[in-house]
Design a protein around this ligand. Structure first.
Ligand code: NCD
Length: 427
C-alpha cells in the first residue's frame, strides 16, 4: 500500500481540487479524501509520501515524442527517453515512428514495446507509420501494428501529401479505430524553409515556411475526413489559421482533435535572431498573434492537449549553420515548469493545466489514466510548483540538451512519478 498524504489533489475528470490523501492498493487508486491515509495502520507494509505543499494529479501523458530507437541511439534511446519522461512527470509516452528503420510494421512495434517493458518506468504506446517507410505511397498493415500495441498512426516528420493516399488512410484507420496524427505541412509551400516566413526570416535572409503551409493541410484533411469520421488529430498545431479551422470543424461536430507544444505557446520567430539552431523546430516558431491564438485555443478547448514533440538531436546536428541543422528540441523534462508559468500568468487554470497534460491526452489517445477516480490505475504525478532548478547536464536525463532553456532557471518540477502504483521516479 502507498499513501500520498496531504497534497493538493487536482482531478479534472471530476473537477476536484482539494487537500486530500490518495491511497493506492494493488496498483489502483483505492481512496481519495481528506484524512483517508490516517485510517490505515502505520507499519512497514504501508509506504507514505508527504505531499504537503505539492500537487497530486493524474499522471501526465505525452502523445508525441521521439525516442530514436531503433536506429539513432546516439541521440536518445528507449531507456534514456523513458528516464527523461519519468523525471518530467510522464507516466506514458507515445513515440513517433520516424525511427531508422521507420516503425511501419508489427516487428518494430513489438520490439519497442518489449524494450520499454524491460526498461520499466513510464508506459510506452507507439504510433505506427501511415505509409510504408513514411514515403507517402503505400498504406501500412495498420491492424498488425494495432495488435502489437500501436495506438495510432502517423508519418510524423513528413506530411501525407497525396490526398488520395490520405483519404484511404483515414478510411483504413477508421476500420481499426486508430488515431491518425497528421504532420500538417504542404512540402511544396515549405521547400527549403528554415523558419517561419515573416519579417524576421526576411531580415535574416532565410527561406520561410508560410502559415498557409500548415493551414491548407489541416483544411484539406478536415474536408477529407468529414464523411469518413476517423479519429483525426492535428500534431503540433502552430498557426492562427489552423486553430480557426479546428475550432470551426469542432463547432460542426466533426471528428478532430489537436495538440500544441510548450514552445509554440511560449516562443516566437524572434528567437531565431542570432541563428540559434536550438530554436529551429518543425513546425517553426511563429509570431505573437499565433502564440496568442494557441493560448486562446488551449483555453477554450479547440486545442485538446499538450504534447512535447521531444526531439533530441546531438551536437552533430545542432552545432552547425542553421540551414544544416536538424529541426527539433527536447521537451519532456521542461514542460511542467513551462506550463506552470502559464498557470502563474493566469493563461490556464490549475485544473485546465492538469487536464491538458493528462485527462485530455488519455481521452484523445484512448489510453488508461487521466483520472484519480477510485478503481483507476494508480498512474500519478506529484509536483512541487515552487521548486527552482536550472536546465543543465546535471539536471537533464535525456541524452541531449538541445533546449532553448539550457542554462535557464525554471520554477516547478515533478518530485514523484507513479506508474501502476510503483514509484518510478523520485527527485
Ligand atoms: C522532429 C524530429 O526531430 O524527429 N523534429 C521536429 O522539429 N519536430 C520531426 C519533425 O517533425 O520534423
Amino acid at each position: 500500500m502507498l499513501i500520498l498524504e496531504k497534497g493538493r489533489v487536482l482531478d479534472p475528470s471530476r473537477g476536484f481540487d482539494e487537500e486530500a490523501d490518495v491511497v493506492i492498493e494493488g496498483g489502483r487508486i483505492s481512496e481519495v479524501g481528506r484524512g483517508a491515509g490516517a485510517r490505515h495502520p502505520k507499519n512497514e507494509a504501508v509506504r507514505r509520501i508527504d505531499a504537503s505543499g505539492r500537487w497530486v494529479v493524474p499522471g501526465f501523458i505525452d502523445l508525441h515524442v521521439h525516442l530514436r530507437e531503433p536506429g539513432q541511439e546516439y541521440k536518445e534511446d528507449i531507456a534514456s527517453g523513458l528516464r527523461a519522461a519519468a523525471a518530467g512527470g510522464y507516466v506514458a509516452v507515445c513515440p513517433m515512428p520516424n525511427t531508422r528503420p521507420v516503425n511501419d510494421n508489427r516487428a518494430i512495434t513489438e520490439q519497442m514495446r518489449a524494450r520499454a517493458k524491460d526498461v520499466g518506468g513510464p508506459r510506452l504506446h507507439p504510433f505506427g507509420a501511415i505509409t510504408v517507410g513514411s514515403k507517402g505511397e503505400t498504406l501500412t498493415e495498420m491492424a498488425d501494428m494495432r495488435d502489437a500495441g500501436a495506438i495510432g498512426v502517423s508519418d510524423d516528420g513528413v506530411c501525407v501529401m497525396n490526398a488520395a493516399v490520405m483519404r484511404r488512410a483515414l478510411e483504413y484507420a477508421k476500420t481499426f479505430d486508430l488515431l491518425v496524427s497528421q504532420h500538417c505541412e504542404d512540402h511544396h509551400l515549405t521547400a527549403g524553409a528554415q523558419m517561419h516566413e515573416g519579417h524576421v526570416s526576411t531580415s535574416l535572409g532565410l527561406r520561410g515556411w508560410p502559415r498557409e503551409g500548415e493551414d491548407v493541410i489541416v483544411a484539406r484533411d478536415v474536408i477529407l475526413n468529414e464523411r469518413i469520421g476517423a479519429r483525426y488529430h492535428v500534431a503540433h498545431i502552430s498557426t492562427l489559421g489552423a486553430a480557426r479551422i479546428v475550432r470551426e470543424a469542432k463547432a460542426r461536430g466533426l471528428s478532430v482533435t489537436a495538440e500544441v507544444t510548450p514552445h509554440h505557446l511560449l516562443l516566437t520567430d524572434r528567437e531565431l535572431i542570432g541563428y540559434r539552431t536550438f530554436c529551429k523546430v518543425t513546425p517553426p516558431l511563429r509570431e505573437d498573434e499565433d502564440v496568442e491564438a494557441m493560448r486562446q485555443a488551449l483555453r477554450d478547448g479547440t486545442i485538446d492537449c499538450i504534447a512535447t514533440d521531444h526531439a533530441p538531436h546531438s551536437s552533430l546536428e545542432k552545432d552547425c549553420e542553421l540551414s544544416a541543422a536538424s529541426p527539433g528540441m527536447i521537451g519532456l523534462e521542461t514542460t511542467i515548469p513551462l506550463l506552470l508559468g502559464l498557470v502563474r500568468d493566469g493563461v490556464l487554470s490549475p485544473l485546465r493545466f492538469v487536464e491538458v497534460m493528462s485527462t485530455a491526452p488519455a481521452r484523445v489517445g484512448r489510453l488508461p489514466g487521466g483520472s484519480l477516480r477510485v478503481g483507476e490505475p494508480a498512474d500519478l504525478t506529484v509536483l512541487d510548483p515552487t521548486l527552482r532548478w536550472t536546465v543543465s547536464r546535471e539536471t537533464i536525463r535525456s541524452k541531449q540538451l538541445n533546449s532553448p532553456w539550457l542554462g535557464k532557471e525554471l520554477v516547478g518540477a515533478c518530485t514523484h512519478t507513479i506508474v501502476g502504483g510503483d514509484v518510478v521516479f523520485t527527485r
